[in-house]
Design a protein around this ligand. Structure first.
Ligand code: SAH
Length: 226
C-alpha cells in the first residue's frame, strides 16, 4: 500500500509539473530530484495521526502552527536550485526537516535554520535517526542567515518573506541560486528565483503563486515566553 501511495505521489508531481510548465518553464524535473522524492520517507516527517495522508500532494500540519510543504512545491523548489553533489545549501525554515532531507540526498552539505526551538530539536533528532550526517540544524532567525558557513551555492527559504533579506543575498555565492516566496502573510505569495551572476548582479524571475506560512521575526515567540 505504501509503495502504491508513494508512486501515486511521484506521478502527481510529474503531472503538476506538466500543468505548470508554462509558468515555471519546467515541464519535468531533474531525475535526481525525483529520485530524492522517492527515497526520502515523507511518512517519517508527518505527525502519527497524519500518516495516512503522508503521500498526498498537500501540506500537512506539523504542530506549532507550522506545516510540511506540498510535495510538488518541495520538488519544484529543489529543482529550481539545480543542486549539484559538491554544493553547500542553506535552508531557512527547517520545520519537519523533510526539505532538508531531500536536499541532503542531492548535495554535499545542508545547513538549516528554524526559529521555533522545539521544531529545530525534533527535526535534528529525526534526521539523525534517519542517518543524515550532512545536515546541521540550528535555532535562529533566518533573516540573518548563517554567516559562519557562507557563501552558499544555493539558499532556499521555505516560509513567506515580506522582502528579500539582504543578509541572504550577501551569503549567496556569485553564480548561486536562491528560491524564496515573497508576499504578504496569509495571502498568496510569488515564488521568486534569484540568480546571482559571477559579477554579483541579481537576476530575479517570478515562477509561481504559492502559499506559505509566514517568515516571522521571532517577536511573537519571545512574547510567548513572558
Ligand atoms: N521546510 C519545512 C517546511 C517549513 S514551514 C519542511 O520541509 O517541513 C516554515 C518553517 O519556517 C516553520 O517551521 C517556521 O517556524 C519557520 N520559520 C518562520 N520564520 C522563520 C525565521 N525567521 N527563521 C527561521 N525559520 C523560520
Amino acid at each position: 500500500m505504501r509503495e502504491i501511495k508513494l508512486s501515486e505521489m511521484l506521478r502527481t508531481i510529474e503531472r503538476e509539473a506538466r500543468f505548470t510548465a508554462s509558468l515555471t518553464g519546467r515541464p519535468s524535473f531533474d531525475p535526481r530530484v525525483m529520485e530524492a522524492m522517492e527515497q526520502v520517507p515523507r511518512d517519517s516527517f508527518v505527525l502519527p495521526e497524519m500518516i495516512d495522508h503522508a503521500f498526498e500532494n498537500g501540506p500537512l500540519p506539523i504542530g506549532q502552527g507550522q506545516t510540511i510543504s506540498q510535495p510538488y512545491i518541495v520538488a519544484l523548489m529543489t529543482d529550481l536550485l539545480e543542486p549539484q553533489s559538491t554544493q553547500t545549501i542553506l535552508e531557512i525554515g527547517t520545520g519537519s526537516g523533510y526539505q532538508a532531507a531531500i536536499l541532503a540526498q542531492l548535495v554535499q552539505q545542508v545547513y538549516s535554520l528554524e526559529i521555533i526551538p522545539p521544531l529545530a530539536v525534533e527535526a535534528a533528532d529525526l534526521l539523525f535517526r534517519l542517518g543524515y550526517a550532512n545536515i546541521e540544524v540550528k535555532t535562529s532567525d533566518g533573516h540573518s542567515g548563517w554567516p559562519e558557513h557562507a557563501p552558499y551555492d544555493g539558499i532556499i527559504i521555505t516560509a513567506a518573506a515580506t522582502h528579500l533579506p539582504q543578509a541572504l543575498i550577501d551569503q549567496l555565492r556569485p553564480g548561486g541560486r536562491l528560491v524564496i516566496p515573497v508576499g504578504l502573510p496569509y495571502m498568496s505569495q510569488e515564488l521568486l528565483l534569484v540568480e546571482k551572476d559571477l559579477r554579483g548582479k541579481l537576476h530575479t524571475r517570478d515562477v509561481l503563486e504559492v502559499i506559505f506560512v509566514p517568515m516571522t521575526d521571532g517577536i511573537h515567540a519571545r512574547t510567548n515566553n513572558h
